[in-house]
Design a protein around this ligand. Structure first.
Ligand code: PMP
Length: 292
C-alpha cells in the first residue's frame, strides 16, 4: 500500500525503500549498537521534537558515539524525508542512530570507520490501540534493566529485555507485558510507561528502571498545570490490581487505559482517568513543532 514507495533518509541522502540499505558491517547489524527515537507527526508538526532529539543525542553521548549529528541536521533530515513522501499526518518516524560502519566485525567501537549513521524512516501508521477501549496485560518474569546493569535512561536499540516480556504477553494472548524492576516494584510495560490512580491521586513509578518517557513527562507536566495531584513513587503489583484506574503512556499509543492485569479487571471509567485522557487529547497538538 502507501508505504510501499516511501523514501528513507540514510546518512545524508534519500533512497527508495528498496534501495535503503546499511552495510552488513554496521554496528547495529553486528551488535544492536544503536540508539533510536519513535516520533509522531500530526498536521501541527512533530510532537515534542526537541525532547526526542535531546534524548537521542544524550543516549548517543552516553554510548560514546562519534560525530553525533546536531539537532539542526536531524531536523533537516526529517523535513526532507517528510516532504519527499508528502507526509503531514498519521505518520510515525523512527529515528535510528547507529555507531556506524565497522572496518571488521567485532565489539570494539574503535573499529568504526566513518562516525555514526543516521536513519530517518517515516511511515504511515495509525496510533497503536487506536480502536481499543483498553489493553490487557500480564506481569512478566522478565525484569526490566536497572541502572547497575544497563541504564534504562539510554534509549538504545537493544530492547531484547522488553522483547522477551512482549513474547510472554503474546503467548498468554495479552496485549503487553508488565515488567518489574529487580526489587520487584513496577517498572513499566514492555513498550510504554505506566500510571495508576488511587483515591484522586495519580501515581507513576520512579524513572529508575523504566524509559524516562516523553509522554510520561508530558502527563506529569499536564497534571501539575491542571492542579491534579501526581506523585512518582514505588508501586507494587497489588497496588495496581486494586487501583481505581491504570493507564499506559507512549508516543505511539498516547494514553491507553489498562483494563486487565494478571486476570484482575481494572475499571476504565474512573472520572479522573477520563479527565487526564481528555486533557492530553486537547493539548497534545500544542506540543508539536512545525519544521520549516
Ligand atoms: N518504555 C519503553 C520501553 C519504550 O520503548 C517506550 C517508547 N519508545 C516508552 C516507554 C514510551 O516513551 P515515549 O513516551 O517517549 O514514547
Amino acid at each position: 500500500e502507501r508505504n510501499r514507495d516511501i523514501q528513507v533518509f540514510i546518512k545524508d541522502k534519500l533512497y527508495h525503500r528498496d534501495e535503503a540499505k546499511v552495510s552488513v558491517f554496521d554496528s547495529s547489524v553486528q551488535g544492536g549498537d544503536a540508539v533510536w527515537e519513535g516520533l509522531r507527526v500530526y498536521p501541527e508538526g512533530v510532537v515534542c521534537l526537541d525532547e526526542h532529539l535531546t534524548r537521542l543525542q544524550e543516549s548517543a553521548k552516553t554510548l560514546a558515539f562519534e560525530d553525533i549529528p546536531t539537532k539542526k541536521t536531524i531536523k533537516k533530515a526529517i523535513k526532507k524525508t517528510l516532504d519527499a513522501n508528502g507526509m503531514d499526518n498519521e505518520v510515525h518516524i523512527r529515528l535510528t542512530l547507529t555507531r556506524g560502519e565497522k572496518i571488521t566485525s567485532g565489539m570494539d567501537p574503535r573499529v568504526n570507520q566513518n562516525g555514526s549513521c543516521l536513519i530517518v524512516l517515516a511511515e504511515w501508521k495509525p496510533l497503536v490501540y487506536d480502536n481499543k477501549s483498553g489493553i490487557k496485560v500480564i506481569s512478566s518474569s522478565q525484569r526490566r534493566n536497572a541502572p547497575q546493569f544497563l541504564d534504562s535512561k539510554i534509549h538504545h536499540a537493544n530492547l531484547l529485555n522488553n522483547i522477551l516480556a512482549k513474547i510472554q504477553a503474546n503467548v498468554a494472548g495479552k496485549d503487553a507485558g508488565l515488567m518489574l524492576d529487580e526489587r520487584g516494584f513496577v517498572a513499566e510495560l514492555n513498550g510504554s510507561n505506566l500510571f495508576m490512580i488511587k483515591n484522586g491521586i495519580i501515581y507513576t513509578p520512579y524513572a529508575h528502571a523504566c524509559l524516562p518517557g516523553i509522554t510520561r513527562a508530558t502527563v506529569i507536566a499536564l497534571c501539575k498545570k491542571n492542579s491534579i495531584p501526581i506523585e512518582e513513587t514505588d508501586l507494587t503489583l497489588s497496588q495496581l490490581y486494586n487501583a481505581d484506574g491504570v493507564f499506559a503512556t507512549g508516543t505511539m499509543g498516547e494514553l491507553t487505559p489498562v483494563i486487565e492485569i494478571d486476570g484482575r479487571d481494572i475499571d476504565a471509567e474512573n472520572d479522573l482517568q477520563k479527565k487526564i485522557l481528555a486533557i492530553f487529547k486537547n493539548n497534545i497538538r500544542s506540543f508539536c513543532e512545525k519544521l520549516t
